[in-house]
Design a protein around this ligand. Structure first.
Ligand code: SF4
Length: 380
């Protein structure tokens, strides 16, 4: 499903048919909260997601949303409630070498390593009553963590909606079966080309055949175990080298039995130079457009507010809390869960100052000046 911030939404039923739905104000509020968490929407996935709602989680979500709206109205940060969504980083390790990714380029200045299972469980124990959505990846390839699926299973046992994103190079038969059995709700598979030469231009060091075979194994195990989960998504990052393969990836997904295809526009750090030649020719799939001097500029003006900062955050493998997924190198650490609880960090002076600074102007913070919060990043 896509959302355009008006009161009209599209949703997708099996066979990729699209339907338009006009919403009332109340429904719009509820749908908007869910869209902001889920990114895109499919009715099977949505029903599963709705099953994770509890009274306490809904009340908490309403508190967050109300304090966010009030902050915008009064032009000063007010924060009620606790995070409903976190990204937890299983590892910083990755087998690929994608450009524009600090993990792929091995360019972190922060410490790198693997999440400790006990620390993960303690954090989930402390947060699960409010936490609705666990995005179980940040930097690195999650399947490189030997206990990754055990940890998914732990979060699933607390009835948290769990999602992960993988380059699908480790989906052996055993792992594909364990993935389905873990209770994972959503599996996003990065596939940025339908031919090896195109795929490996961005996914440097990747093997497309492994991705396709791994995906087929998950589909097969879902059928064998009669499971509708994980909801399977092909994520196709549209860049110049692959923009001609959009129809091909949709056909491939349908042939294999993948539930949905998400076309994502790419964030390019040095968009003025575009040194890796990633900005697509088709303006629809680009976050940037050329100005009268022929230089790329962001297409849309950024507003000085950020819903992400009011409802979610990121926990790195070693327990640092950062404001969002744009802080890939954890340069804006707002707390440490090894020495404080999430509730303390969330309401801390550092967090309050960060929210205040961002509301005074996105340009005040390096990561906020070129992020996609509030913009449409998914295309059909
Ligand atoms: S980088 Fe973007 S998403 Fe992150 S806090 Fe800043 S404005 Fe919000």
């Amino acid at each position: 499903m896509t959302h355009n911030f008006d009161r009209s939404v599209w949703f997708v039923t099996p066979g990729y048919e699209k339907h338009n739905l006009q919403l009332t104000t109340l429904n719009f509020f509820l749908f908007r909260c869910i869209f902001d968490l889920m990114g895109r929407f499919h009715y099977i996935d949505a029903i599963n997601f709705a099953g994770k709602l509890t009274f306490r989680r809904v009340v908490n979500a309403i508190k967050l949303w109300s304090s966010y709206r009030l902050s915008r109205l009064l032009n000063r940060p007010i924060q009620w409630g606790y995070p409903i969504s976190v990204s937890f980083e299983p590892t910083t390790s990755c087998n690929l070498r994608c450009p524009e990714c600090p993990s792929g380029m091995r360019s972190f200045t922060r410490a790198t390593g693997m999440l400790e299972k006990n620390f993960f469980q303690q954090t989930i124990d402390a947060m699960h009553k409010e936490l609705l959505y666990l995005i179980f990846y940040f930097q690195g390839e999650p399947y490189l963590h030997p206990d990754f699926l055990d940890m998914v299973q732990y979060a699933a046992s607390k009835k948290i909606y769990t999602a992960t994103s993988t380059n699908a190079h480790y989906l052996t038969d055993e792992k594909a079966k364990a993935t389905v059995e873990s209770g994972l709700d959503r599996l996003i598979i990065s596939i940025d080309g339908t031919a090896q030469d195109v795929y490996s231009q961005y996914r440097v060091g990747g093997n497309l055949e492994k991705v396709i075979e791994g995906t087929k194994r998950v589909v097969a195990w879902k059928k064998q175990l009669r499971s509708s989960k994980p909801f399977l998504v092909f994520q196709f990052l549209v860049v110049k080298p692959n923009e001609h393969q959009i129809d091909d990836v949709k056909k491939l997904a349908k042939d294999i039995g993948v539930d949905d295809v998400w076309l994502k526009t790419a964030q390019v750090y040095d968009y003025e130079q575009d040194p890796n030649g990633l900005i697509p020719e088709n303006n629809r799939y680009s976050r940037y457009k050329k100005d009268h001097n022929g230089r790329y500029q962001p297409k849309h003006k950024l507003s000085n507010h950020c819903w992400k900062l009011w409802h979610s955050n990121v926990i790195t493998w070693d327990g640092k809390v950062t404001p969002c997924c744009f802080d890939k190198d954890a340069q804006h650490t707002l707390g440490d869960l090894k020495t404080a609880t999430m509730k303390e960090v969330w309401k801390s002076k550092d967090y309050r100052n960060f929210r205040h600074l961002m509301s005074k102007g996105r340009k005040n913070i390096d990561i906020c000046a070129n992020c996609s919060e509030g913009l449409k990043v998914w295309e059909d």
